[in-house]
Design a protein around this ligand. Structure first.
Ligand SMILES: C[S@@+](CC[C@H](N)C(=O)[O-])C[C@H]1O[C@@H](n2cnc3c(N)ncnc32)[C@H](O)[C@@H]1O
Length: 302
């Protein structure tokens, strides 16, 4: 299939070239031989696309291999053997120690928070539920904004960290698909990067809507369904020196709307492109560069 670069993409391509050259300069400055080679290829590829308006599927195989081998790039190591996780609980037991510090996730969190913070409702003295709260990364933000927080999660290990980190909040082990709370009791219900773990994630969206108060706010944030071509995919998670994988299920804005449209008003749909992530991580995959990678939806319960 022949795909030509659109004129409207040119300014983005120039930014990509600049970014790639910056990475190359850094690796030369740091005398990092492995990175010099990879970054040189990335910069050359970006420039090649820009300058020749080339057929972007027509890469030389060696370049393509290097550009696409971003897993090795981001870990700065040889590709690890991947261990398939038997359950979500087992996955998080294995990665809990580095959950908030591993570079890939840190970058993802940074980008998510950049878009999330401006759309948060007023949280002062509000009743907030964080569904799939993990180590309390977002609960911590909400507490600092004056909210009363309950975080729920199925991972004992993740919750233990949240409890240690945030003293003035409550955390419980609970399944997001069967919330043990009455109807209409939270001013704000939030869920980040949890739903796509669940084949039957729609059950959890229904529960989230059920426990939100009338006029209460709901924000759902997750990996965009477009990642992996809209198919169920095996996602990799870097733990302590090991890589674990687990299935992830695609979620598109229309899927959420199909569950929420009768009960909620849609306030915001934010689709964040992979380019933001790739630029920060220092790799370039031309096939996914413009695709959405994160989805944030803000709803108000009617
Ligand atoms: C990627 S982490 C996200 C944690 C946190 N929301 C954040 O954004 O940092 C996904 C979390 O969802 C939790 N989780 C997965 N399935 C769940 C379920 N059915 N009910 C509640 N929590 C679940 C996991 O244990 C894990 O802590």
């Amino acid at each position: 299939m022949n795909k030509k670069i659109k004129v409207s993409d040119v300014s983005n391509l120039i930014s990509t070239c600049k970014e790639q050259i910056k990475f190359l300069e850094n690796s030369i400055r740091n005398k990092n031989k492995k990175y010099i080679e990879k970054n040189l290829i990335n910069a050359a590829t970006a420039l090649k696309i820009l300058s020749s308006n080339m057929n972007i599927t027509d890469f030389d195989e060696k370049i393509k291999e290097n550009v696409e081998n971003w897993w090795a790039l981001r870990t700065n190591k040889k590709i690890y053997e991947t261990i398939k996780s038997k359950s979500i609980e087992e996955l998080y037991r294995n990665i809990v120690d580095v959950y908030e510090t591993e570079k890939t996730r840190k970058v993802l969190f940074e980008i998510e928070e950049k878009y999330l913070l401006p759309i948060l409702p007023n949280l002062k003295n509000k009743n907030v539920l964080d569904v799939g709260c993990g180590t309390g990364r977002c609960a911590n933000i909400f507490v600092k904004k004056g909210a009363g927080i309950i975080g729920i999660d199925t991972s004992r290990e993740m919750i233990e960290i949240a409890k240690r980190k945030i003293k003035n909040a409550k955390f419980k082990i609970m399944d997001a698909r069967k919330l043990d709370f009455p109807d209409n009791c939270f001013d704000f219900v939030f869920s980040s990067l949890m739903l796509s773990h669940l084949r039957d994630w729609k059950k959890s969206v229904k529960e989230i809507i059920r426990v939100a108060k009338k006029d209460g706010c709901i924000i759902i944030s997750d990996i965009h369904g477009a990642v992996g071509g809209g198919k169920t995919r095996s996602m990799k998670f870097l733990g302590n020196e090991k890589v674990f994988s687990i299935n992830q299920y695609p979620i598109f804005p229309s899927d959420i709307l199909s569950v929420a449209k009768d009960k909620c008003q849609i306030i915001d749909i934010i689709e964040i492109r992979s380019s933001e992530f790739q630029n920060k991580m220092g790799y370039f995959n031309n096939e996914t560069y413009y695709q959405p990678t994160l989805l944030i939806m803000k709803l108000i319960k009617r």
